[in-house]
Design a protein around this ligand. Structure first.
Ligand code: UDP
Length: 325
C-alpha cells in the first residue's frame, strides 16, 4: 500500500512542488488548501492523481481529525506567507499561522503521525550573527512593527511542535526555509525574485528597496522538496528544527542586474525607500545565511541548483505564465 500523505497548503508554490514529488514517488496525496494564495492551476500536472479539499481548514476541525487519522504523514505548509501579506493583513496572518498550526500539530500528536512543519528563516529575526544555526538566539524588533508578528508566530509554531514532541511523543520536524524560489512563485505577495522578473518582462521599473546591499541566499524549490520528504522520514530528525537553504549569497541590487541582463530587459533599476515600499518604521534584514550542517548530517542535504539555474527556470516559467501557457 502506498504511503498516504496530507499536504496542507498543497496548492501553493512549495506545496504543489512537494505534491508532484510525492506523486512521482508513487505515494498517495490529499491536498487541503483554502486557495487564499494557492491556485488550483498549480496542481494541473497531478490533478488526476490526488484528492483535494479546497476549504478553510480552521473551520473544519472534525474533518481535519478524520483526514489525519487516515493518512500516514502530514506536511503542514498552509500559512500566510510573504512580507506584504503579513504587514498588510497581520491579524488574519497570525490567526492562520498560529491557530491552524496548533490544530494540525495537536491532531498529529493525537494519532502519532509524522509531520513536517514549514517554518522560516524569518524566525532568526534581526540577528546579525551569520551563518544562522538552529540553536542560535533569536532577536526581534518592537511589537509595534508588524513585520515581527510573522517571525514570532512561526516561532510559536516551532514551540508547539517541540513541546508536543517532548511531552506527547509527536514525531515532528520543522524546516526553516531560506528564500525558496522557483517556478510558480507569484510576484504578488512581495517575494523579490518573481517581482523583479515580472517587472523586467513587462518593462516596468525594477524596484530595489533601500540601497540594495541587503543580501539573501536563494534556494531552488527542487532542492528543498526532497529534503523535506527525507526529513519527515528520518527518525533522528524527529523533535528537531532544521535549516534548509543555500549558502550562496547575492545582494538584492546584484539580483536586479542579473534579472535585467538575463531577460534582456529595458526596465530601469530604481531604488525605493523602505517607508514607501512598506510602511513607516519597517525593518529589513541585511543578511540571512543558513548553517546547513545539521541538514547535511541528517539527510545529506545538498544544493544542486546555482543562481543561474534558478534564474533561468524562474524566467522561463514567468514567460510561459504571461503568455497563458
Ligand atoms: N525587495 C526589493 N524589492 C522588491 C521586493 C523585495 O528590494 O520589489 C527586497 C526586500 O526588502 C528584502 C529582499 O528583497 O530585502 C527579499 O525580500 P523577500 O520579501 O523576497 O524575502 P525576505 O525579506 O523574507 O527575505
Amino acid at each position: 500500500m502506498p504511503i498516504r500523505n496530507l499536504v496542507t497548503g498543497g496548492a501553493g508554490f512549495i506545496g504543489s512542488h512537494l505534491v508532484e514529488h510525492l506523486v512521482a514517488r508513487g505515494e498517495s496525496v490529499t491536498v487541503w488548501d483554502d486557495l487564499s494564495t494557492g491556485r488550483v492551476s498549480n496542481l494541473s500536472r497531478v490533478r488526476d492523481d490526488i484528492t483535494t479539499i479546497f476549504s478553510d481548514i480552521n473551520t473544519d476541525a472534525a474533518l481535519l481529525d478524520t483526514v489525519i487519522q487516515r493518512v500516514d504523514v502530514v506536511y503542514h505548509l498552509a500559512a500566510a506567507v510573504g512580507v506584504d501579506l503579513v504587514v498588510n493583513r497581520p491579524i488574519q496572518s497570525m490567526r492562520t499561522n498560529i491557530a491552524l498550526a496548533e490544530l494540525v500539530i495537536e491532531t498529529c500528536a493525537k494519532y502519532r503521525r509524522p509531520m513536517f512543519l514549514a517554518s522560516t528563516s524569518e524566525v532568526y529575526g534581526k540577528s546579525t550573527r551569520v551563518p544562522f544555526q538552529e540553536d542560535d538566539d533569536v532577536c526581534y524588533g518592537a511589537t509595534t512593527k508588524h513585520r515581527w508578528s510573522y517571525a514570532m508566530s512561526k516561532a510559536i509554531d516551532e514551540f508547539y511542535l517541540l513541546c508536543y514532541s517532548d511531552m506527547f511523543g509527536l514525531p515532528g520536524v520543522a524546516g526553516r526555509l531560506f528564500n525558496t524560489v522557483g517556478p510558480r512563485q507569484v510576484p504578488f505577495h512581495g517575494m523579490v525574485l518573481p517581482r523583479f522578473i515580472h517587472q523586467a518582462l513587462t518593462g516596468q521599473p525594477i524596484t530595489v528597496y533601500g540601497d540594495g546591499n541587503q543580501r539573501r541566499c536563494f534556494t531552488h524549490v527542487a532542492d528543498i522538496v526532497p529534503a523535506i520528504v527525507r526529513l519527515v522520514h528520518c527518525c533522528e530528525a524527529s523533535g528537531q528544527i532544521v535549516n534548509l537553504g543555500s549558502s550562496e549569497e547575492i545582494s538584492i541590487l546584484d539580483l536586479a542586474h542579473r534579472v535585467k541582463d538575463k531577460t534582456k530587459s529595458e526596465s530601469p533599476i530604481v531604488h525605493v525607500p523602505y517607508e514607501l515600499a512598506y510602511r513607516d518604521g519597517f525593518e529589513d534584514l541585511l543578511r540571512r545565511v543558513p548553517d546547513t550542517s545539521k541538514a547535511k548530517r541528517l539527510v545529506d542535504f545538498k544544493v544542486t541548483r546555482s543562481m543561474d539555474n534558478i534564474l533561468c527556470d524562474a524566467i522561463t516559467h514567468e514567460r510561459a505564465a504571461m503568455s497563458g501557457a
